[in-house]
Design a protein around this ligand. Structure first.
Ligand SMILES: NC(=O)c1ccc[n+]([C@@H]2O[C@H](COP(=O)([O-])OP(=O)(O)OC[C@H]3O[C@@H](n4cnc5c(N)ncnc54)[C@H](O)[C@@H]3O)[C@@H](O)[C@H]2O)c1
Length: 251
């Protein structure tokens, strides 16, 4: 018996890092998983890892910033596989640059389109399926839903918006039996920040001074909260953002 037996989960950005970990963790708990990513090779690799471990998974190419594409994938998923009962809005980007950098305008527009509108596009497109299954939505926020870290004003803005999107949707969808929550990872080693950290060891030191538990996180540190929020263990929990950050926000 798994905590997610009978569930069908749709994980955006599931082709790498935290999303891949969540897809694998959900499968271990009995869910079938649809792995959606703009990087289809990554999504296929995650689906293969799930299937090699005895689970059932599908890989889909999807840019969550493209509303028409999300709508068409939602229709196809319902027709070909079935209505989803768990939506994990995990796809996200971070671009670290100051507001006077040459890339600032593109960074802002891309970050808003993926990290904010991507969530809206997915909840909007899957709302009927989620209502029919009394589903659960899990959004990926960040410690930056609460605080800033260097040179990332677009990202901080976007993750603050994830927090408020979560409470707004939780209130609106609760009467339909749909719960909406979020997770706020701290520093998790994934391809998202690998390059930035290699190029800037000082950034790692700055983060580490802020982590009482004394270690960076791994995708597994996010999988447990993601299973909790998708399962009936959290049946009376909605509208919250659970930090999983080694204590980053305490000091
Ligand atoms: N790694 C961290 O330290 C950290 C900390 C806080 C929050 N987060 C959040 O967790 C989530 C996952 O991050 P990660 O560290 O696993 O990153 P990652 O870069 O390893 O994975 C992100 C995935 O999202 C996909 N993606 C990007 N844009 C997309 C789009 N438009 N449509 C569909 N897929 C797209 C990428 O191809 C990639 O596979 C993000 O929302 C991120 O902001 C990460």
């Amino acid at each position: 018996m798994g905590l997610l037996d009978g569930h069908l989960a749709f994980v955006t950005g599931g082709g790498s890092g935290i999303g891949r970990g969540i897809a694998q963790g959900y499968s271990r708990e009995g869910a079938k998983v649809i792995v959606a990513d703009v990087n289809v090779a990554g999504a296929e690799e995650t689906a293969r890892l799930v299937e090699d471990a005895g689970g059932e998974a599908w890989a889909i190419e999807l840019d969550v910033a493209n509303m028409q594409a999300v709508q068409s994938v939602a229709r196809k998923v319902e027709a070909d596989i079935g209505p989803i009962s768990v939506l994990v809005n995990n796809a996200g980007i971070v671009r670290r640059a100051t507001i006077d950098s040459a890339t600032a305008i593109d960074d802002w527009n891309d970050t808003v389109a993926i990290n904010i509108s991507g969530l809206f596009n997915c909840v909007h497109s899957f709302q009927d399926q989620l209502k029919s299954t009394k589903g659960r939505v899990i959004n990926l926020g960040s410690i930056q839903s609460f605080v800033h870290t260097a040179n990332s004003v677009a990202y901080t803005t976007s993750k603050g918006a994830v927090k408020n999107f979560t409470i707004g949707m939780a209130a609106e969808l609760a009467p339909f039996g749909v719960r909406v929550n979020a997770i706020g990872p701290g520093l998790i080693f994934t391809p998202l920040n690998e390059k930035g950290i290699q190029q800037n060891p000082e950034m790692l030191e700055r983060f580490m001074r802020h982590i009482p538990m004394g270690r960076p996180g791994t995708p597994d540190d996010i999988v447990g909260p993601a299973i909790f929020l998708a399962s009936d263990l959290s049946q009376y929990v909605t509208g919250v953002l659970i930090p999983s950050d080694g204590g980053y926000l305490t000091v």
